[in-house]
Every structure is written in C-alpha cells, then in structure tokens.
Ligand binder design. Sequence first.
Ligand SMILES: *Cc1c(COP(=O)(O)O)cnc(C)c1O
Length: 372
Amino acid sequence: MIQVTRPYLPSRERLMHYIDGIYERHWLTNDGPLVQELTRRLEAYLGVDNLLLVGNGTLALQIAYRALGISGDDARGDAVTTPFSFAATASSLKWEGVQPVFADIDPATWCLDTDAVAAAITPATRAIVPVHVFGNACDVEGIDGLARRHGLRVVYDGAHAFGVTFRGESLLKWGDAATLSFHATKLFHTIEGGAIVFRRRDDLERARLMINFGIAGPEQIDELGINAKMNEFQAAMGLAQLDEIDINLAGRAAAWERYDQALSDCFITQSRHPACSNNYAYFPISLASESDLLGILALLQEHGVVARRYFYPSLSRVAALAPTRGLPSAADLSRAESLARRILCLPLYCGVPAEQVIEPLLAGWRYHVGAA
Ligand SMILES: *Cc1c(COP(=O)(O)O)cnc(C)c1O
C-alpha cells in the first residue's frame, strides 16, 4: 500500500549521535541542551527570531492564544477562522473558551477570504486565526491591515508552512504569532512537537513561563502555566531531521513536480500566492464533484494507493465546534463546504513512487471525469 504520507526517518547513526549525548548528560527534558540547540538552528534555518519549542502543534496554538491574551481569565470573545482546516485550528480555540466564528475561503487559494473575514468581525471579535493551507500563504497583507484597523490579534496556524518564504522572508514573521506542527506526518518532524514564532520578545518570555507551569525560579511562580514542554529525545529527532532536510525536500520536490506535470491539466489544483515559495508539503487536487471524488478514491484504493480527504468534513459542520449558546453565525460558507467535499491529498513524501499514483489517477480521470 502507498500511504498518503510516510514519516521521514534520518539515518540511525545521525540520530544516535544526538542520543549518545543525552545518555552522557542524563538531562531528558526542561529546556535541555538539545532543545536549546534545535531552537537556535531552527531560528537560523527558518530566518526568524523568538521561536519557542513546545510539545505539539495544538499546544503551540493554545499557548499562543494565552500569551497574547486571546484566551485566559480576562479574555472574552470570538476569533474568526477558517472552516477549511485540520480540526485543531478551531478545536484549540473552543478548548480555550474562545468561540470560533467561521468565514469563507477564497475559491482559488483555499485560504481565508479577506472580505469574508471583514464581514465576520463584530464587537466580540478578539482575534483572527488564519491557516496557510497546504503551505500556501494567506493574504497576509490584507489580513494584517484588517487586524490593525480593528485592533485584533492575529495568530497564523502555520502547521503546513515550514520553511515557506513570502517576498523572500519567512512567512512565519507575519502575525502576532505563527505556529508550527512537528507531528510525524508533517514535512519536518520531532515525532510529536511544535513551535511558536512570536513577533515580540516579551510575548515569547511570557509563553516560556507558561509552558513550564509558570515557574520563574526555584521558589517563584509568576504566571498561570501548564506543561507544554518539548523533551530532549524529540529535539534529537528534530536535529537529525534538520541535518538531512535537503535530502527530504529534494525527494518531495521531485514527486511534487512530477505530479504537477502529469496531473495539473486534468485536475483542479491550488492557486499559490505568487510571492510565496513552495515547501512541497502536500499535493492536493480537487474534483468537479463529490461523486467524481468518490470514484477516483475507490479506484486509487483498488491500486493500493491511499489518498486522504484533507480537509473533510468542513469544520463548520462539526457540532462540537458550534456555539454552546446562541446560534451559529449565518455566514455563507458554501465555498469551503463545497471544496471540503471535493478535495483529495495525494501521497507525498521523500521516495513516494509517484508513477504508481499517477497511472490510476489518469485512468480514473478518463473514466469518471473525461468521459462525462
Ligand atoms: C497538524 C496540524 C495541527 C496540529 O498539530 P499537532 O502537532 O498534531 O498537534 C494544527 N493545525 C493544522 C492545520 C495541522 O495540519
């Protein structure tokens, strides 16, 4: 079976080099030397300042909301976000007591539509939480302007945007904060893990206390905190991944380019922002209808190819995310809901046998789509 993804594993020797150090030091967690080294190397590689490593990408979102005062004791209100994302984007808000209010997406870029965001803003809105969907840059300039006019915080869910640049600089520099996920299925991973990139140093310092129970010193607790730390074994995996990132990226790029060349005339693909680079994290296609999608999915399955419906269902259809009091907003979310029914992510990882995916897809296209 060809799975939709296969976690990259660095060479054992490289990983053991870092793990040997852990065995010498007996320092396993709590801002250890490997976590510090990974922080420095990721800041340099990504071209950002104020990066904080955390236990996973969902905690990264939760801590970012807390550090920026979007959630927490004094916080009241909503956040405008996209229904076309992984569950964690909206569930992390709801979990933090912030009601997600959905706005529709742009039908070509699949990221939040800035006009729809503007229309969703009310006096209760505190923040905007856009997603760089499949590593494609949001309309960061439009959203930034909107946030400034309305005095709102912006947290970008950059779980897909590792290494993406926008006008030559890290895309993660946009917003009050941007978060990353280093889950095993992501482009760069630490098995489980994540990071927050803050715009301001003092937000980073507050978050640093928050991820370790608010503890500021041996006998001093300065903040309401929780446990969101990354440990040394996670950081060892991250360092070994970073040593081999060029190999990983080259393998993904080759498969991505091959898919693009073979499939982009037959299937609808994402329009990427012209100012943003490609990190080859995903190859999504969209079909003309859900029945076309189900036909293609079944055919791929017969040929041992597991493609996945990312992101389906639309988060606007998830009861657990709806307001507990009051009615869900009446916003028109038809573009997101339609895309969610027609989207498919193809297997993409370093070493994926792309031809074995392309062949049944083209056959399926001729049968289900081309023939219609
Ligand atoms: C993976 C992902 C997350 C969650 O990250 P975890 O590390 O799995 O907690 C959040 N948002 C998006 C868009 C994701 O794809």
